[in-house]
Design a protein around this ligand. Structure first.
Ligand code: FPP
Length: 258
């Protein structure tokens, strides 16, 4: 497989819903947390793959806004797992040129986790090999609401005319606005839905689903996803002929979306 990041056959930005940890554990008659721990190991498989093939940005859905509603002991254990993973993995990720960023409602996390998040972001801020975005306490609807609130503040302060609000202005306020939109979305675990992930950002993303449970993720599965992606024609609402003349990543302005 080519490792040229400029190749249109390799997604520049991959977004992933890591689903199936609980079922993986249940099938082994083990507690769900064992599945989450195995899931944390699969995160490394995914990061290694991205570094290997030259994917520039990876966004992982680690904990949704809705996941706070899970049983208290599972939420508590997941928090411990996140904190432990941050403490263990960040130095190595830093050494390998990975820049870490968290997106989501950070205020909902305990101070110890927030401090670790901030420290990981600061430590890795100069890295450029892979941008790793961890969506934690994140929801696509929340993201659009917080972007809208930011624009409303500008309107209220007299800095912005409501008539000037367009897709570009709102799009500049949602998470990851500085990155190209995800080219490829992968969901493991067999369910075919987006589950309130990057609702705005996924508008023209290619979707790929697999029955593979997240803890079983391997390079062969990721290669299959990329092979399928490479075979697709992305048109971004244009005709095939127009799209063929476009830069990888699609039109710069999301217009003519049919
Ligand atoms: C979904 O599986 C997974 C989660 C809610 C947690 C994701 C966490 C990890 C992969 C581990 C650590 C991650 C990082 C970034 C350190 P599920 O519990 O919904 O599985 P099920 O659908 O089989 O019940």
């Amino acid at each position: 497989m080519s490792s040229d990041p400029a190749s249109p056959r390799i997604p520049r930005h991959l977004a992933v819903i890591m689903d199936g940890n609980g079922r993986w554990a249940q099938r082994r008659r083990r507690p769900r947390m064992i599945g989450h721990r195995a899931g944390a190991r699969a995160v490394n498989v995914c990061i290694d793959f991205c570094l290997d093939v030259g994917i520039e940005a990876l966004t992982l859905f680690a904990f949704s806004s809705e996941n706070w509603g899970r049983p208290e002991d599972e939420v508590g254990a997941l928090m411990k797992l996140f904190l432990g993973a941050l403490e263990r993995e960040v130095d190595e990720l830093d050494r390998r040129g990975v820049r870490i960023r968290f997106i989501g409602e950070r205020d909902r996390f305990a101070e110890a986790i927030r401090a670790r998040m901030a420290a990981s972001e600061t430590q890795t801020a100069g890295n450029t090999r892979l941008q790793l975005n961890i969506a934690a306490s994140y929801g696509g609807r929340w993201d659009i609401v917080q972007a809208t609130r930011a624009l409303a503040r500008d309107v209220a302060a007299g800095r912005l005319d409501p008539e000037a609000i367009d897709e570009a202005l709102l799009g500049a306020r949602v998470a990851l606005a500085d990155l190209p939109a995800p080219d490829l979305f992968i969901r493991t675990g067999g369910d075919m839905r987006i589950s309130n992930f990057l609702l705005w950002q996924l508008a023209y993303t290619e979707l790929w689903f697999t029955e593979t449970l997240w803890p079983e993720l391997d390079t062969a599965t990721l290669r299959r996803a990329l092979a399928d992606y490479a075979s697709r024609e992305r048109r971004f609402g244009l005709t095939g002929e127009q799209a063929a003349g476009m830069q990888p990543g699609g039109p710069t302005k999301p217009e003519n979306n049919e």
